[in-house]
Structure formats: structure tokens, C-alpha cells
Design a protein around this ligand. Structure first.
Ligand code: SAJ
Length: 453
């Protein structure tokens, strides 16, 4: 056999080998006999697991937290938007199991990674959870498996970090197994968009991987948007959240300027958003919380430096958004001062400790920063949040106060930080001495007790 024909023979064998793995996987996906492992059962992973089980796939949820594993088995939801009945109904189907053990990955056909990608204290990417999971997957990786990263991260993570870890196993991405990135798009508390009807972007390590990932995601998502690579898919997601961070920062900067100019920024924005085209509503607030908007843009900022590129919009947006809690505290000081009261010794009641309305999540919440700043200034600060019965701050447990006329009326100032829809704000205003409303939730009320951000 000539050298050329030997090469042609090898490349054909390679193609056959790839196709064999891909064909087998597609057959399992398309007949819904593919077994799915979802790693990370948080606000992304648990809804994802449920939607896959609802279309008839066998799904194993893996989480390092045994209490989450037990809660799912017991049909007890800990995620906003998933009620116990829905969870119990899916569990009863017998298609779902949960474990803390990675060994079950050896039987999976599709492995989906939904673990956190936070920042470290220097606002640099912290991929420890993603790397830890990839190392576990590598131990059990089999030919023909599809691995998809859903966690939001900087462009390049899938192919520069995940791929080498998985290939330590000796298998080759795109030939022996398939590798893709499909960024999660979950909006906690959103009543309209869910895991099924939210368009889903998918990018592959290689063409074969994209085919496998497209087929998998199309099983339980109405519209899959394929892009040319995993890197493009990663960039799409960080762009989406950078877009939000920058526009929220613009609204916050308008609030800071309007405060100086004695203009009602909410009136300005409401009027501006009557424009039927070329603009999208964003509003100022006490800061930007959650584990996405204040975090994800810094993943892109960090990666851009590798290319000697400064993402100035990201830096500026972060600077403005991160100054809002201090602005709120300064405004409280000004308002108390007008009543000859100092911050030190004043009683302030904070309404809402979570990072946004009608969700129980207070991690990364700007309200926590404001709470600590007020405490440090000597304010007697208490909070009420219908979604958060107690918080832990600096090792101390703090319990949500009940709302009654004595507590509301006894506060020198009531601060609305989160606009939970379950609170009767008219009643609050009636009982309060003065209200600083950072969410314009008192809009339209006839009162001289309310000051807006
Ligand atoms: N915020 C403002 N002004 C605004 C909008 C939001 O101050 O006009 C604040 C909120 O109060 C909150 C923070 O910004 O503290 C983030 O709000 P968010 O609703 O964007 O945050 P998340 O992290 O719950 O959800 C977002 C998703 N939200 C929407 O698209 C509406 C989306 O960007 C992502 O799918 C998701 O993060 C994610 O997982 O990346």
C-alpha cells in the first residue's frame, strides 16, 4: 500500500471512528434513550434536570451538597420557580435520581456542567468548581459521550481549560468524545421565560460536537441557536450580561447626576422609555446584585487583558454600579440631617435584603453592603424581607423583623432596597416617618414622606 493510500486509509478510519461514535450518540439522543448527568443542582442545573426528565430522558443529578441531593429525592424544592408538586411529579416518573457520587458518569451519554463561576476577591475568574468537576469527569470519561459546559465563563474556557483536562484521559475531543458550550440563560423569578422557551445558544469544540450538542438541546428547548465554536458561545453570554451591566450603570449614573441637579430621574426615564424604538428600559437601584451581572463581565475583562485590551465599558460600569450602595447611605445621612438627626444612633428599617424582587437569594446583594455600611456608621439597622427569615452577617444571625406600625413608625427612616410585590407599600408610607425608595415602588402615591433614589 503506497504512503498516500495509507494516509487516506487512516483518515477514512478516523472519519469512520468519529462517525461511529457520533452515530451511536445521535441514535440514543433521538430515541430519548440517552442517559443524562447534570452536575450542579442550583438555579440552572435543577430546572435543566427537570426539563430533560419531562421529555422522557433518564437524568442523574450530581451535587457536592448532600442536602440538595436529599431535598430533590424528597421532592423538596429549594429553587425559585420550581414548586414541590412539580418536583414530586417528576421524581414519581422514576426518571430522576440524585447523588453526590461521580462514579455514575461512566454510564452517562451526556454530561452537563452547571456549577458556579464566581470571582475571587480581586475580581478575577475563579474556575475552581469547573476544574474540579472536569477532573472528576475525566476519571470516568467514555467514548461517545457528550460533555457540555453551561456555566458562564470567559471565551476560551471550554477549549483551553476543560478540553485538556478531559483529554488527560487519553480520549480526543471531537473524535472519541464530544465537547460543547451552551451558556445558561436563566432569569430567576421570570414568570414568562423558562428553560424550554428561552432560545439557547450552542457552540461546539468541533463540527461533530456541535451536531451532537444541537441534537441534545433540541430535545427539550424550542429554539436552539448554533454558532461556529464554543468560544463564540462563551462570548455571546458574557456579552449579554455585559450589555445589562453597562445599561444598568448608565441608569445609575443618570440617578447620580439627577440627584445633583435636583431632577427626578424616574420621571426622566419613564418619559424616555415611551420612545417606541431604539431604547430599552433599565432603571437605577441601590446596586447590582446576583451572581451574574456583577460577575460575568469581569470574566471578559480579565481575558481581554491577555490580548492587551482594556474593556473600559466593563470597568466603568462596575465602578458606577459598585458605588451605588455608598450613595444610598450618603443620601440617608442627608435626609436624617435635615431632621437634625445623625446617622449614629438613628433607627433605620430596611425593606428587602435580596438582590432583586420576589426571589429569596441575598448573595451578592447590594442591600447587604448598605446594611453593613449603616451598621458601621452606628445606625440601629433592622431588616424585613418576606423571602429571607434570617441572614448571617459576620457570623451573627440576624432575623427579619415583623412589619407593624410600631416598628415602621419607630424608624427614623424606612429604606426600600428590594421591591418585593408582597409588601403593602401604601401601608408602609402611611406608618413611616420618612421613606427612601430606591426602586420607585411608591410611584403614584400622594405623599410628602417619600424620597426617591
Ligand atoms: N438591576 C437594576 N436595574 C435594572 C435591572 C436590574 O438595578 O434595570 C439590578 C437588579 O436589582 C439586580 C441586578 O441588577 O440586583 C441583576 O438583575 P438581573 O435581573 O439582570 O439579574 P439576574 O442575575 O437574576 O438574572 C440575569 C438574567 N436577567 C435578565 O436577563 C432579565 C440574565 O441576564 C441572565 O440569564 C442571568 O442573569 C444569568 O444567569 O446570567
Amino acid at each position: 500500500m503506497t504512503e498516500i493510500s495509507a494516509l487516506e486509509d487512516n483518515s477514512q478510519q478516523l472519519v469512520d471512528h468519529q462517525n461511529c461514535n457520533l452515530t451511536a450518540l445521535l441514535q440514543k439522543i433521538n430515541t430519548k434513550t440517552a442517559r443524562v448527568s447534570v452536575i450542579g443542582l442550583g438555579y440552572v442545573g435543577l430546572p435543566f434536570l427537570l426539563e430533560k426528565a419531562k421529555v422522557g430522558l433518564n437524568v442523574i443529578g450530581i451535587d457536592r451538597l448532600s442536602h440538595r441531593v436529599a431535598a430533590v429525592k424528597a421532592g423538596k424544592s429549594y429553587i425559585t420557580g420550581i414548586d414541590d408538586a412539580e418536583l414530586q411529579q417528576v421524581i414519581a416518573s422514576g426518571l430522576v435520581d440524585t447523588t453526590t457520587d461521580y462514579a455514575g458518569l461512566v454510564d452517562a451519554d451526556v454530561i452537563v456542567i452547571c456549577v458556579p463561576t464566581p470571582l475571587d476577591k480581586n475580581l478575577c475568574p475563579d474556575l475552581q468548581y469547573v476544574v474540579h468537576v472536569a477532573q472528576h469527569i475525566a476519571k470516568y470519561l467514555q467514548r461517545g459521550q457528550l460533555v457540555s459546559l453551561e456555566s458562564t465563563t470567559y471565551p476560551g474556557t471550554t477549549q483551553e481549560i476543560i478540553k485538556p483536562i478531559l483529554e488527560e484521559n487519553g480520549l480526543i475531543a471531537g473524535e472519541d468524545f464530544f465537547l460543547a458550550h451552551s451558556p445558561e440563560r436563566v432569569d430567576p423569578g421570570n414568570q414568562r421565560y423558562n428553560t424550554i422557551n428561552t432560545n439557547k445558544v450552542v457552540g461546539g469544540n468541533d463540527p461533530q460536537s456541535l451536531i451532537a450538542a444541537e441534537a441534545f438541546y433540541k430535545l427539550a428547548i424550542e429554539n436552539v441557536v448554533s454558532v461556529s465554536s464554543a468560544k463564540v458561545a462563551e462570548m455571546v453570554k458574557v456579552f449579554e450580561n455585559t450589555y445589562r451591566a453597562v445599561n444598568i450603570a448608565l441608569a445609575n449614573e443618570m440617578a447620580l447626576l439627577c440627584d445633583r441637579m435636583d431632577i427626578n430621574v424616574w420621571e426622566v426615564l419613564d418619559a424616555a422609555f415611551t420612545k417606541p424604538f431604539g431604547i430599552m428600559p433599565f432603571y437605577p437601584g441601590p446596586g447590582v446584585g446576583g451572581h451574574c451581572i456583577p460577575v460575568d463581565p469581569h470574566y471578559l475583562e480579565w481575558k481581554a487583558k491577555e490580548f492587551h485590551f482594556q474593556t473600559r465599558f466593563i470597568m466603568l460600569a462596575s465602578e458606577i454600579n459598585r458605588k451605588m450602595p455608598k450613595f444610598v447611605v450618603d443620601k440617608i445621612a442627608r435626609l436624617l440631617n435635615q431632621k437634625q438627626k445623625a446617622l449614629n444612633g438613628a433607627n433605620v428599617l430596611m425593606l428587602g435584603i435580596t438582590y432583586k424582587k420576589d426571589v429569596p437569594d441575598y448573595r451578592e446583594s447590594p442591600a447587604l453592603i448598605i446594611y453593613e455600611l449603616l451598621q458601621r456608621a452606628g445606625v440601629n439597622i433592622g431588616y424585613h424581607d418576606p423571602f429571607v427569615p434570617e441572614i448571617e452577617l459576620d457570623g451573627h444571625k440576624i432575623v427579619s423583623m415583623e412589619l407593624n406600625s410600631t416598628i415602621v413608625g419607630g424608624a427614623d427612616l424606612v429604606l426600600i432596597t428590594t421591591a418585593h410585590t408582597t409588601i403593602d407599600y401604601q401601608k408602609i408610607v402611611d406608618q413611616a416617618q420618612i421613606v427612601l425608595d430606591t426602586r420607585n415602588v411608591t410611584k403614584g402615591m400622594q405623599t410628602n414622606k417619600v424620597v426617591l433614589l
